[in-house]
Design a protein around this ligand. Structure first.
Ligand SMILES: C[S@@+](CC[C@H](N)C(=O)[O-])C[C@H]1O[C@@H](n2cnc3c(N)ncnc32)[C@H](O)[C@@H]1O
Length: 154
């Protein structure tokens, strides 16, 4: 699909975005030429950046897997970034399909991409989407508690 057709509402493909640069570093497809240009400028001065991003991602996913295997069934993924498979909810729900994951990010671009990517996924039990309106831990944890996995913008 041409790039212009897959730009989710709320995302500006003409301005670089940190979450999309990170998505590009991880080999994701939810980034635009302007993000790729920034990524390559970063890699020119810090060639290990891509490897570091990959290790961060692997650490996250391995931690979720260990926690799920130890019996954790509720996760809040703060600073979730743009979804890129495998995602936190996929890893947790591979261990137990009843696991719930709420993904939170303060970047509206992440929320736009998250919603677009999760739009086709059945709504139960894994992927309903939520929007938080603050960035505090308290409101994230104590607001209208989601019963299902979701994608929050705070
Ligand atoms: C490097 S990405 C990490 C993505 C993903 N967690 C991973 O490990 O692959 C960091 C994300 O955290 C988000 N972020 C940073 N500070 C935040 C904050 N105070 N509240 C919510 N999201 C935040 C950014 O918008 C960005 O999408």
């Amino acid at each position: 699909m041409p790039e212009a057709e897959r730009v989710p509402s709320g995302a500006d493909p003409t301005k670089p975005n940190a979450a999309r640069v990170y998505n590009y570093m991880l080999g994701g497809k939810d980034n635009y030429e302007v993000d790729q240009m920034v990524a390559h400028r970063m890699l020119a001065v810090a060639p290990d950046t891509r490897t570091l991003a990959w290790f961060c991602r692997q650490f996250l996913l391995h931690s979720v897997q260990l926690a799920a295997e130890a019996g954790v069934r509720q996760f809040i993924d703060i600073g979730a970034g743009i979804p890129i498979s495998p995602n936190v909810h996929e890893v947790a729900q591979q261990v137990d399909a009843s696991a719930r994951v709420v993904s939170i990010d303060y970047d509206p671009v992440v929320y736009a991409h998250g919603n677009a990517l999760l739009a086709g996924v059945p709504d139960e039990p894994a992927t309903s989407r939520y929007r938080a309106v603050t960035r505090t831990w308290k409101s994230a944890a104590c607001g209208s508690a989601p019963a299902r996995t979701g994608y929050w913008h705070c």
